[in-house]
Design a protein around this ligand. Structure first.
Ligand SMILES: Cc1ncc(COP(=O)(O)O)c(C=O)c1O
Length: 379
């Protein structure tokens, strides 16, 4: 485990779980949260992230964020604080930091603990300090950043809190992840991409969903929206599997500095090529050397869904994050900004394992070329 950045992995502060949701659940238990307690959480988030709060019967209130920067609206958070608010959830989106000075000030004033969500962030800094060291609790969904079948880390920064839980000894893998193990074996056998027939029939792959339809009103029906997913409910304290531990220790042996430099290089190249393309807006066109972005987030004025499916069909790593919860969708009038993100966002992922491949240059060049071509065709 020592291959994680030393600023975020400290043995006495960190615990490894299967998922970020397991880490969140453990943090809530450490705080003794229960029915009647309110969690303030951003409107821009996936329904599944809320699973731990829902199984603990916590009440949710949502706060605003800027749709063009994803920056949390600290004033709106302040307005929503009352005596029942027992936790504030802050996401550092895709390697980009939130305004931690203002958030920590708020934390000091109110005494309400913060859970810092780094689900899609690893190794980025804010004013020289590593993300993951700000909240009272922080977590990382390592398996989203590194090719691993599962794996997340909870870090407790505030010595006032501790974990008093008993976790089972990690197993090689767990039933909810059998598809990932199957795919791993297939890759070892030489398949870079599994044939679609296998994905559809055996693995029952789901089509990625847009948050809201881009060119008509409404949103896709989704039978698992707001469901407590079995990969989380299998064991609320599921530990990181032994296969994932092995994958992580192997993967991060690569020189992290070189990896991060290359991620930034591809990010800047993609942004350069997208600059000036009509009806596209890159959310964070400028990055500093402190940031390790996970994707280039773009707003496309129309036809986002066609572009998403066109790029997916060509096996590119693209998503339209987030899948909103029903509760957020129901409050669309209060949060009109969910329309902007929901209809227009597209994330071109820059996954570390792609960056490390010898084919990385051509992958990212053709991703941008195909993206622009599709965008122009539909626009
Ligand atoms: C911002 C954010 N936080 C937390 C989670 C939950 O992470 P995990 O899938 O590791 O439980 C997600 C899931 O996609 C997410 O997008």
């Amino acid at each position: 485990m020592t291959t994680l950045p030393p600023e975020i992995y400290e043995q006495d502060k960190c615990t490894f779980f299967a998922l970020g949701r397991n880490a969140m659940y453990a943090a809530c238990q450490s705080l003794g949260l229960g029915e009647g307690d309110i969690v303030l959480t951003p409107v821009f988030d996936c329904d599944s992230t809320l699973n731990p709060y829902r199984v603990l019967n916590l009440s949710l209130d949502f706060y605003k964020s800027d749709p063009y920067t994803f920056e949390v609206d600290v004033t709106d958070i302040k307005k929503r604080i009352n005596k029942n608010v027992k936790l504030v959830h802050i996401i550092n989106h895709f390697g980009f930091p939130q305004p931690w000075d203002a958030i920590l000030k708020l934390c000091e004033e109110t005494g309400i603990p913060i859970i810092e969500d780094n689900a899609y962030t690893l190794s980025s800094k804010y004013k020289g300090r590593m993300l993951g060291t700000f909240g009272d609790f922080s977590f990382f969904s390592l398996y989203k950043m590194i090719p691993m079948i599962d794996g997340a880390m909870l870090r407790i920064n505030n010595p006032q809190y501790s974990l008093d839980i008993s976790m089972d000894k990690p197993k090689w893998f767990y039933p909810p992840d059998w598809k990932k193990v199957f795919s791993l074996v297939a890759v070892k056998m030489g398949y870079e991409y599994l044939p679609d027939a296998i994905k559809m029939r055996i693995l029952k792959a789901e089509k990625p969903l847009p948050p809201l339809y881009s060119d008509k009103s409404g949103y896709p029906e989704w039978h698992l929206r707001d469901a407590i997913l079995s990969n989380f409910s299998y064991d609320y304290y599921r530990p990181m599997s032994r296969i994932a531990r092995y994958q992580m220790s192997n993967f991060l042996r690569n020189d992290r500095m070189v990896l991060e430099k290359n991620i930034r290089r591809y990010y800047r190249q993609i942004v350069n090529r997208l600059t000036g393309v009509k009806r596209l807006k890159v959310l964070w066109p400028i990055i500093t050397d402190e940031q390790v972005p996970t994707c280039v987030s773009v707003l496309i004025r129309s036809h986002r869904d066609e572009v998403l499916y066109g790029l997916k069909a060509k096996k590119y790593a693209v998503i339209a994050w987030p899948t909103y919860s029903g509760a957020v969708i129901d409050r669309g009038l209060e949060f009109p900004e969910i329309e902007i993100i929901g209809k227009q966002i597209l994330q071109l992922m820059i996954p570390a394992h792609r960056v490390l491949k010898p084919t990385a240059d051509s992958y990212f060049m053709s991703l941008v070329r195909d993206f622009i071509t599709l965008h122009k065709r539909f626009d």
